[in-house]
Ligand binder design. Structure first.
Ligand code: GTP
Ligand code: MG
Length: 303
C-alpha cells in the first residue's frame, strides 16, 4: 500500500481516553483536520468508538475517539465505558487526556488506577491549557507523573491547536513498522448513516438541557440518494416519556425545527451536498434497555 518515497511505512492505533468532557472529540477532529466527532459542552456526549484516520509522511495514524470513562449506572453507561476500555486494549498507544482547567476529578483518578492496575504505559496530554496558568499546569503535570507511568507528557489545547503537532510527531516516530491498514483517502470507519444521526444528536445536546439529552438517542431510518445529487434522510429521535417528546418538539414545533435546521446545515457541510432532513420524535419507554438501540450505536449490549 501507499507510503511516502522510500521511507518504510508505519501504522498503528491510538486510543484517546479520558474523563467525560476532557476534550477527546475536539482533539480527534483537530488531529484529523476535519470534523468527524460531535462536540458539546455537556459531559458524556460521545457514546461509541469512532475512528479518525490521518497520514503523517509515511505513517498512517488511526485515532480512536472514545466515550468518557466514568462510574457507570445504566446499561448504556456500562456499554459506553466498556467501549472506551476495549479501545484502549486494542491500541498500540493510549493517550490519556486530562482537563487541566479543573481540579483532578474522581473519574480521572479512577482511570489512573485502572491504567496502573493494567501496567499500561500511556501518553499524557494535559488539555485546555488556553484556560490555565503556567505554574498550575506544572504542578498538575508533576502530581500526575507521580501517579502513573506517563511517557511523554504533552501540554496542549485541542481547541486552539497548541501542542497538537508535537503529539503527531511523537506518534509518527513511535508507531510500529508495517503496512497501512486503510486506503490513504479514508478518514473514518463510521458509516454515513451514523455520522448523520450524530449530527442531530449533537443538536439535541446543544439545544436541550437537564436530563433530556441523556434520555434521547437518534437513528437514521431512511437514506435516499436523489437524482439531483441531494440526499433525503429520515431520522428518529427516541425519548422515554411523552413529556419529553413535548419538550423536544417545543412550542408549535419550534425546537425540533431548530434542531433539524442546524443539523442539516452541519450535514451539508460535512457531506458537501444538499440534504433534506426529516426528524420524527418517538416515545419508547424502554429504549435504554433495547438491544437494537445499542446495535445502532455499535455498542455491546451485554458489556
Ligand atoms: N478552552 C478549551 N476548551 C476545550 C478544549 N478542548 C475541548 N474543549 C471544550 O470542552 C468541551 C468538551 O469537549 P469534547 O471534545 O466534547 O470532550 P470529550 O472528552 O469528547 O467529551 P465526552 O464525549 O462527553 O466524553 C467542549 O465545550 C469543547 O469546546 C481546549 O483545548 N480548550
Ligand atoms: Mg467526545
Amino acid at each position: 500500500m501507499a507510503g511516502a518515497g522510500d521511507e518504510p511505512t508505519r501504522c498503528g492505533y491510538v486510543a484517546l481516553i479520558g474523563a467525560p468532557n476532557s476534550g477527546k472529540s475536539t482533539l480527534l477532529n483537530r488531529l484529523v483536520g476535519q470534523k468527524l466527532a460531535i462536540v458539546t459542552p455537556k459531559a458524556q456526549t460521545t457514546r461509541t468508538r469512532l475512528l479518525g484516520i490521518a497520514i503523517e509522511g509515511a505513517v498512517q495514524i488511526i485515532y480512536m475517539d472514545t466515550p468518557g470513562i466514568f462510574a457507570p449506572r445504566r446499561r448504556l453507561d456500562r456499554a459506553m465505558v466498556a467501549a472506551a476500555w476495549s479501545s484502549a486494549a486494542d491500541a498500540d498507544e493510549v493517550l490519556l487526556l486530562v482537563d487541566a482547567s479543573r481540579e483532578m476529578g474522581e473519574d480521572t483518578r479512577r482511570i489512573l488506577g485502572a491504567l496502573s492496575e493494567r501496567g499500561r504505559r500511556s501518553i499524557l496530554a494535559l488539555n485546555k491549557i488556553d484556560l490555565v496558568r503556567r505554574d498550575r499546569l506544572l504542578g498538575l503535570a508533576d502530581a500526575l507523573s507521580r501517579e502513573g507511568r506517563f511517557d511523554p507528557i504533552f501540554m496542549i489545547s485541542g481547541l486552539a491547536g497548541d501542542g497538537v503537532e508535537d503529539i503527531k510527531r511523537h506518534l509518527a516516530a513511535s508507531l510500529p513498522l508495517g503496512p497501512w491498514l486503510f486506503p490513504e483517502d479514508q478518514l473514518s470507519d463510521a458509516p454515513e448513516r451514523l455520522i448523520a444521526a450524530e449530527a442531530a444528536r449533537e443538536q439535541v445536546f446543544m439545544q436541550l438541557h437537564d436530563e433530556l439529552p441523556y434520555a434521547c438517542t437518534v437513528e437514521t431510518e431512511r437514506w435516499e440518494d436523489k437524482p439531483d445529487g441531494s440526499v433525503r434522510i429520515e431520522q428518529a429521535i427516541y425519548v422515554q416519556r411523552p413529556g419529553q417528546r413535548a419538550i423536544v418538539l417545543g412550542e408549535g414545533g419550534q425546537r425540533i425545527k431548530a434542531i433539524g435546521s442546524r443539523a442539516r446545515i452541519e450535514l451539508e457541510r460535512m457531506f458537501g451536498r444538499r440534504v433534506h432532513l426529516f426528524l420524527f420524535v418517538k416515545v419508547r419507554q424502554g429504549w435504554v434497555e433495547d438491544r437494537e438501540r445499542f446495535e445502532a450505536l455499535g455498542l455491546d449490549y451485554d458489556a
